[in-house]
Ligand binder design. Sequence first.
Ligand code: OOB
Length: 547
Amino acid sequence: MRSDVIGWPEETAAGYRRAGYWRDRTLDDLLRERAAEHGDRTALVSASGRLSYADLDERAGRLAAGLAGLPIHRGDRVLLQLPNREEYVVTLFALLRIGALPILALPSLGTTELTALARLSGATAHVVAQGRGRNDPRTGAAEVARACPSLRHLVVAGDPGPGGGHSLAALERAGAEAPAVTSGAAPGDPALLLLSGGTTGTPKLIPRTHADYDYNARASAEVCALDEHTVYLAVLPVTHNFTMVSPGIVGTLAAGGTVVLCPDPSPTTAFTLVEAEGVTITALVPSLVPHWLDEARRTSRDLSSLRVLQVGGSRLDDATARRVGPELGCRLQQVFGMAEGLNNYTRLDDPEEVVCTTQGRPLSPADEILVVDEEGRPVPPGHPGELLTRGPYTLRGYYRAPEHDRLSFTPDGFYRTGDLVVRTARGDLVVVGRIKDQVNRAGEKIAAIEVEEHLLALPDVRAAALVGVPDPQLGERSVAFLETDAPCPSRSEVRRLLLERGLAAFKVPDEVRAVPKLPLTGIGKVDKRRLRADVAGLTPTVPSPTA
Ligand code: OOB
């Protein structure tokens, strides 16, 4: 029988259990235990109000019973595509209680990506929020369901609308009358599926088990010194791994603290919540940091409760890093993580220089890391090489992707991150580049090949290449090179066509250029290095009319 999920070798797993990294608990147990210990403490604050641990536990239980009645069973895959609102956390824990596997999907995903995810996973349900106008997620969900017969249930935070489906509120009410769901999962079972930034044309899913995710969250909470007084502000999308377990929502709940959901990442919204709720820690991608620093100068809000600003998802430049402490009056922590597992943190007591110039070191003493050259030989400290890793919370294989696994893992189970790093003499990592064919646009990862396949489908395009180039606002912006004899389509034309094809808006190239012929390397691959140099103005290409 085909195995959907590759686990750790039995002996390794036994070692992780013996060492106490993996506990005999599920994520559902974690919530139940916290609710039993201190039910009246505030677990969650959002635009809908405040939920104590007991409320959250009770609501998750009712919704679990309601969802089970649809039915959604243990092991079923469910696309969970909600923004930063209360329903996300309640639904997440409801699904974990059933033992169903949420697929954590960004609200910004397009129908193409969602269809591919539903097909790969055989998902039976899709949870979205009610929206308005052209971008109403309910419309997209209906389209995805037409393309994927496995998707039998549409569940909506809000009004399901004329297309039908179930509202979360109605399911919760129905669940109050239904038999309670008893925990459906074991600690070693997959708990959820995360999206990989990816380097392939189709999305990849990352299975994370209850035990490994619980460890990731708890160990992160410890490194960040979280406790019951912690107030964590979730600014980045809640379905991102950074917001989930680094230490994020799950780490904060594990520590008995309070999670506050920020409905948008603007500093004005965030600062209002910092003041009102006494936020102690939050997390940003580098592209947001300058806006926060600018607003901090202007604001009349009291930000003195903020102790730690985490920054990660892409490289933070040293100069901006040095501004954080003095201008925001809190400690900076750099986080170099990945949905596949490994989290690196600068420590709160690290010297200023380390915090401002490195991306930290691995979370766990059991994280094994190698920095290797092109032949896979370890390089000495101070030399760049690819980062390989394995450990108690790093995947051993993608979900249903054996061919891809052969490229992504070494025979002895190390995950090839595709990141180029330098390890300092102290053991801290500095991210110096990337060998994976990806654009990191404001922390959102775009697989070049996925966009290239869509570009190739445009009229008169013979060949296409997408590259990331440095950008002061986004970190990197995406530039598409189109090989065409016809007049080059404008950027807005390309945008319209790609959105029509169901691509997510953040994957639409920021700039479009025409070339008579794409440059090739000696072995005949597209020479992306040369293309990046073109953008830097070293050799001329033709920007599109309204690029
Ligand atoms: C986080 O997770 P993903 O899965 O969206 O992206 C992982 C990739 C890394 O392989 C690396 O290429 C890049 O994002 N990255 C960084 C970075 N943090 C992530 N590159 C340079 N400096 C950093 N600090 O992005 C993620 C997951 C958990 C915690 C934090 C980030």
